[in-house]
Design a binder for this molecule. Structure first.
Ligand code: SF4
Ligand code: F3S
Length: 496
């Protein structure tokens, strides 16, 4: 088979939740370590990797559509390889090469590390390689990574989930929960901080169940406290906790550990106990609200966000009203709201009482309107307060019209700021600034006033021209550009 270049280029296309975003950092890291180079933007890569999500009803149509577009590309460029991995690959397995025989490699969620070998083998044998494992082979965190941000990094504490929510396909595709040892998690956090990262987000499908595998119910709170002892680590976040496993010691650890941000993203899914039961979510709305009360008692400035599904099978108008009631009481600073859609392979897909699209749409609009009102109200309360911002890339691109930059406050809120002279001060993504909120919108804040402090950081230094970090080549990897951001709910899907 003809070679196109000495160093073959690659592109990874990512769909789905933060887990996949982070897995893609590993895929890129491994490919770079194996000698591949990232394809420059707007060029055709020699190797295209799809890291797929199976949450959406039409996820497979979307994948096969994309694969169809690549077929002529491959015909015109012999040597091009296409690999499909992630959740949909775990689910569809060899069905993928049956429907798209021009695909070269299929790998699953449990064997990310096999990708370079499978690509090599497929090239050598000139036939498709399909390798799906039933359980985790190597914890992905031991693989090299090509970090997408110089200042903010994901760190997995666990993968998989032991719950059985009836709308969710994740346990079937990611398996039972597997926990990393605390020492390994902390070593990875430390390595990131050594490279200049200021913020880490601890990741798990059910992050606060962490410890279940090694029998320590308090492990997650302890982990937060240990993160508090890492010098130079300024912000610790985590996603997503499950209300069932949310224990008081985690609230205490959040409140007492200065670098743990007062931000909590905790999925509600429904405010109706009847619907929660049908979803097999093992908490009730009162328990949920009670956790929020305790969080606010310990951290009055906490920003709390959530995920809500509207139109679960059998949801009545009364059930929906209960969700609205909980939303009013909970005072979420924002919510990822999404309309229930059947997810093939989940128990809820076969439940009676699937609702007409118009009903779901109408309820969804009512919920969004209420949440927007609440978000705006809470944001207005922040006008006049001081904020510390970690300047963001992407969102923080210099806007030539308004000369605005953006950053995230400690509580996770997005703040746009545009002071005179900001550009002159050479504020870079990854730097830290202090300013005051002058205006509020439903989904962001504006700080048009003076920057009272600007701290240049090592992460910001990466931004200087000519200093872009390259690939890791070592087990943990150098950070690069672009902050990991929460995925929109529609993409996040399960979003537990
Ligand atoms: Fe697990 Fe979350 Fe899915 Fe429920 S929604 S099964 S807690 S991953
Ligand atoms: Fe998988 Fe995440 Fe989608 S775990 S199914 S990529 S939401």
């Amino acid at each position: 088979m003809a070679e196109r270049d000495a160093a073959r280029s690659f592109e990874v296309r990512t769909y789905g939740c933060q887990m996949n975003v982070h897995d893609s950092e590993r895929l890129s890291g491994m490919l770079e370590e194996a000698g591949y180079v990232r394809a420059p933007k707007d060029t055709e890569a020699d190797v295209v990797v799809f890291n797929t999500c199976a949450v959406r009803e039409n996820a497979d149509n979307r994948l096969y559509g994309n694969l169809g577009h690549l077929r002529p590309v491959k015909q015109n460029h012999p040597g091009t390889q296409i690999a499909v991995g992630g959740c949909l690959a775990q689910k569809d397995r060899s069905e993928i090469v049956r429907r798209a025989p021009w695909v070269d490699v299929v790998f699953g969620t449990h064997n990310l590390g096999s990708l370079p070998t499978l690509l090599e083998r497929a090239r050598h044998n000139e036939e498709a390689e399909v390798e799906i494992l039933e359980s985790l082979d190597v914890f992905p965190s031991t693989l090299p990574a090509r970090r997408e941000s110089a200042y903010s990094g994901w760190v997995s504490v666990s993968v998989g989930c032991n719950n059985t929510c009836t709308f969710c396909i994740v346990p079937a595709l990611r398996g039972k929960e597997k926990d990393r040892r605390p020492g390994d998690v902390l070593a990875e956090v430390q390595a990131l901080v050594d490279e200049g990262v200021l913020e880490v987000t601890l990741l798990g499908q059910n992050v606060n169940a962490y410890g279940v595998e090694f029998g320590d119910r308090l492990a997650f709170g302890k982990l937060l406290r240990s993160c508090g002892e890492i010098d130079g680590l300024e912000r610790v976040r985590f996603t997503s906790p499950h209300p069932r496993d949310f224990t008081d010691d985690v609230i205490e650890a959040m409140a007492e550990t200065p670098n743990v941000c007062h931000q909590l993203h905790m999925p509600l899914q429904s405010g109706s106990d009847r619907v929660l039961k049908a979803m097999r979510r093992s908490y009730r709305s009162e328990r949920y609200l009670n956790i929020l009360r305790k969080v606010r008692e310990a951290m009055p400035d906490a920003a709390i966000t959530t995920d809500i599904i509207v139109g679960f099978p059998g949801e009545t108008e009364e059930d929906f009203e209960q969700t609205l009631e909980v939303v009013r009481e909970a005072r979420f600073s924002s919510a990822f709201t999404f309309q229930y859609s059947k997810r093939p392979g989940t128990p809820a897909a076969d439940l009676p009482g699937q609702l007409p699209k118009e009903v779901v749409q109408q309820r969804y609009e009512r919920l969004v309107a209420l949440q927007n009102e609440m978000s705006w109200e809470l944001n207005k309360e922040l006008v006049g307060t001081e904020v510390e911002l970690l300047v963001a890339e992407g969102e923080g691109r210099k806007d030539s019209e308004t000369r605005r930059l953006s950053g995230r406050a400690r509580d996770g809120r997005l703040v746009h700021f545009a002071p005179d002279g900001a550009i002159d001060r050479e504020i870079r993504p990854g730097d830290v600034v202090h300013t005051a909120v002058t205006r509020a919108a439903p989904h962001h804040l504006v700080a048009d006033g003076e920057i009272t402090a600007h701290r240049r950081t090592r992460a910001g230094d990466h931004w200087e021209v000519g200093e872009r970090p390259k690939t890791s080549g070592v087990s943990l990897g150098l950070p690069s550009f672009g902050a990991p951001q929460p995925q929109p709910a529609a993409e996040q899907g399960c979003a537990c």
